[in-house]
Design a protein. Structure first.
Length: 253
């Protein structure tokens, strides 16, 4: 069993990895995660990314400390938030998942790149890599697939709540109301990813840069990007990968 525990606590899902042992559950299902954590043998050092708010972050820290785990922030504070510089106007408000994803993406791409996270939100970031390390220049945040579906339903009187993930290929020409809603969400997400990548690459001076894509709806956006000519690296668990790499560096100290 590995001694290194990585946790990605998002708005919708909690994902954790300790060697070959994995856990995933809704963010609200704290009991499930704690049971899994109690079953781990040998875990010693933990690192996490949390974007679910300060209360969840505090719960996670209490939970880990109560089980005797060493918290990465005290061992190597220089690796905070992936060790990536944040050049946004308000760095403290940038989600830690964006910075950890940027760290992992630069390691995979080996150069400046765009990062696409297709999860609860569709987040597209521009990341510059140079002699001084990696820097998150900024990016764009749009509704993810589930938020698009929910907005159509909640924001109207009669539109249904649909599941666009159930469509392996959704025609844009919806022949009924449900199909039209699925088409809007399905193609809307893909179209947003394409447009945001194009605009960010242009504005950040990253023309020709590769894309590193991750998130629960990776399978929707990655093919669209490739069809449009982008070089795409798929990393389904990019944040966990980056956290785990940081833990390896910490453990080697």
């Amino acid at each position: 069993m590995s001694e290194l525990l990585a946790i990605d606590l998002g708005n919708t899902r909690l994902k954790a990895r300790c060697g070959s042992s994995r856990h995933a559950c809704p963010t609200s299902d704290t009991a499930s995660f704690e049971r899994w954590l109690d079953g781990l043998l040998g875990a010693r050092l933990v690192a996490w990314s949390c974007v679910a708010g300060p209360e969840r972050d505090a719960w996670l820290e209490r939970t880990c400390r109560a089980r005797g785990l060493d918290v990465w922030r005290e061992v190597r504070p220089d690796l905070a938030r992936g060790g990536v510089r944040c050049e946004a106007a308000q760095p403290a408000r940038v989600g830690s998942d964006r910075l950890w994803a940027a760290s992992g993406a630069v390691r995979i791409a080996g150069r400046s790149c765009l990062v696409v996270q297709a999860g609860t939100c569709l987040v597209v970031d521009a990341v510059e890599s140079g002699a001084g390390g990696a820097a998150l220049l900024g990016g764009a945040i749009a509704p993810g697939l589930a938020l698009l579906e929910r907005a159509l339903h909640v924001g109207t009187a009669t539109l249904p709540l649909v599941d666009a993930r159930s469509a392996s290929r959704a025609p844009a020409l919806g022949r009924d109301t449900e199909a039209a809603c699925i088409a809007g969400a399905w193609h809307g997400l893909r179209g947003a990813a394409l447009e945001l990548c194009a605009r960010l690459a242009d504005e950040a001076g990253l023309g020709g840069a590769p894309v590193c894509a991750t998130g629960g709806d990776l399978a929707l956006v990655a093919p669209a990007l490739r069809q449009a000519g982008w070089s795409v690296h798929e990393a389904p668990e990019l944040v966990l990968d980056a956290l785990e790499q940081a833990l390896v560096e910490i453990a080697a100290c």
